[in-house]
Design a protein around this ligand. Structure first.
Ligand code: FAD
Length: 480
């Protein structure tokens, strides 16, 4: 006899655990299957995001920023510190304790909402008369569970490159790069995307000489061009070294003297053969959807050619009652996008009619300065032949930014030339991840740049730059 639930969720990353909580809030009897094991061997909720993604990376970013601030910027405030040193073991322990607090927090939320955590690997077995049977294979054997509604939230995994063996020591993906036990003197990074930039920045601030090799000939192609240009200038000034438009060849590990090193052979953009020798290498070339061992075919589902589970705009698969959300489906691989889809699906199962406007989902890169945007960029508006106006305002002219010693960057607002509706907002600055929320709210409400310009913004604050950029779309910036 199998256990029967109203809603069965496979995967407890941000998409799956939020779907579970919302479904339980709506009165359903919910079970969530999760198999993740923390390095200490314990099973853990939270998925990539909490265990090896968003949360640990931001903890390390904060530690490395504090270290750099003390070394490089304290002097500007008249503070002198001699011999600042970083204890890597302590820094990693701090990160691990934050991760553990967060994952245990989800266990608490599961108990509070009476969600059953089925510990193990879930795989489809059969579909019968609108009900789905799933096998959970755990430590102490396997059990069958059944539900009329199944939400697949199995996430993604790091993409690896053929012929490059990731050992999480000399050659790492995001998991190993969060756990280096010492600062590598020379760090190579294949891929100058979000994860490569964030993790490269962490180790550069702690003392590594960081070189990023990127296959694309443009830098941060998804960003507004003005932002990627500014970012390239600032990151280069900080000491990150970039080679764009390269073709990666053989990657070898060898011993030189008593030391193991990595050699990355590549062809540069001019067609010349090059070798990068480094002490550690991070491979950060994107993520791929994860449906390993899920046996989708047992119920007549299949992935598309890129490995995603096809869904409609409400995250419904081709099967009634079976949904897929988060990184395993189309759209940005972002934790908050998965969370939004989790809420959407739970509410649709309850008969409600929620909707997600994917154009209003903000994107963030947690470098320093941070980069954040929502909506369309200038290249996209030009390609679509849209008539738009631009307003841009620099943080250099903002008192709070100067007080914080963070004068770099700007806010750029793009608004429809006739209606003034905000079409996109692009920020590069300290605190951009928080500032972008105002723009996302404005765009959800179809606000005009005039609306933002009319709203009182606290003084002095970084948010005043948003207002000034909105005013600048009409050439009315006040402090410029
Ligand atoms: P996941 O978080 O991948 O969770 C899927 C879960 O399903 C896993 O726990 C897995 O064990 C489980 N699972 C899979 N198959 C099965 C099965 N068959 N049975 C049982 N369990 C299964 N995003 C942001 O928005 N902001 C950030 O700052 C950010 N930083 C990042 C930094 C790094 C280094 C990385 C790698 C990613 C980052 N991301 C960030 C992306 C973010 O982590 C993902 O978008 C998010 O985790 C996706 O959520 P998910 O629930 O879809 O999948």
């Amino acid at each position: 006899m199998s256990q029967v639930f109203d809603v069965l969720v496979i995967g407890a990353g941000p998409a799956g655990y939020i779907a579970s909580i919302r479904a339980a809030q709506l009165g359903f009897n919910v079970a969530c299957i999760e198999k993740w094991r923390a390095p200490n061997g314990e099973l853990a909720l939270g998925g990539t995001c909490l265990n090896v993604g968003c949360i640990p990376s931001k903890a390390l970013l904060a530690s490395s920023e504090t270290f750099e601030d003390i070394q490089e910027h304290a002097g500007a405030h008249g503070i002198s510190v001699k011999d600042a040193r970083i204890d890597i073991a302590k820094m990693l322990a701090r990160k691990d304790s934050i991760v553990s607090k967060m994952t245990k927090g989800i266990e608490f939320l599961f108990r509070k909402n009476k969600i059953t955590w089925l510990k193990g690997h879930g795989k489809f077995v059969s579909a019968d008369d609108g009900s789905y049977r799933v096998e959970v294979v755990g430590e102490s054997g396997s059990e069958l569970v059944e539900a009329r509604h199944v939400i697949i939230a199995t996430g993604s995994k790091a993409r690896h490159l053929p012929g490059i063996a990731v050992d999480q020591h000399l050659i790492s993906d995001n998991e190993g790069a969060l756990n280096f036990d010492s600062v590598p003197p020379r760090l190579g990074v294949i891929g100058a995307g979000v994860i490569g930039l964030e993790l490269g920045s962490v180790w550069r601030r702690l003392g590594s000489d960081v070189t990023l090799l990127e296959g694309a000939s443009s830098f941060l192609g998804a960003c507004d061009e003005s932002v990627s240009k500014e970012a390239f200038k600032l990151f280069t000034r900080q000491g990150l070294k970039f080679s764009l438009g390269v073709q990666i060849g053989e990657v070898k590990t060898l011993t030189k003297g008593k030391k193991a090193v990595v050699e990355v052979h590549y062809v540069d953009t001019a067609g010349a053969a090059q070798v990068l020798e480094c002490d550690r290498l991070i491979v950060s070339v994107g993520r791929i959807p994860n449906t390993d061992g899920l046996a989708l075919d047992a119920v007549g589902l299949a992935t598309d050619e890129r490995g995603f589970i096809p869904v409609d705009e409400h995250c419904q698969t081709r099967l009634p009652g079976v949904y897929a959300i988060g990184d395993v489906v189309r759209g940005p691989m972002l934790a908050h996008k998965g969370e939004d889809e989790g809420v959407l699906v739970a509410e649709r199962i309850a008969g409600q009619k929620p909707h997600i406007d994917y154009n209003c989902i903000p994107w963030v890169i947690y470098t320093h300065p941070e980069i954040a945007w929502v909506g369309q960029n200038e290249q996209q508006l030009k390609a679509a032949g849209r008539d738009y106006r631009t307003g841009q305002f620099p943080f250099m002219a903002n008192g709070r930014a100067l007080g914080m010693n963070s004068p770099d960057g700007f806010v750029k607002v793009l608004a429809d030339a006739k209606t003034d509706e905000i079409l996109g907002v692009h920020i590069i600055s300290a605190g951009a991840s928080d500032l972008i929320a105002e723009a996302a709210v404005a765009m959800e409400f179809k606000a005009s740049s005039e609306d933002i310009a009319r709203v009182s913004h606290p003084h002095p604050s970084l948010s005043e730059v948003m207002r000034e950029a909105a005013l600048a779309t009409d050439k009315r910036a006040l402090n410029m």
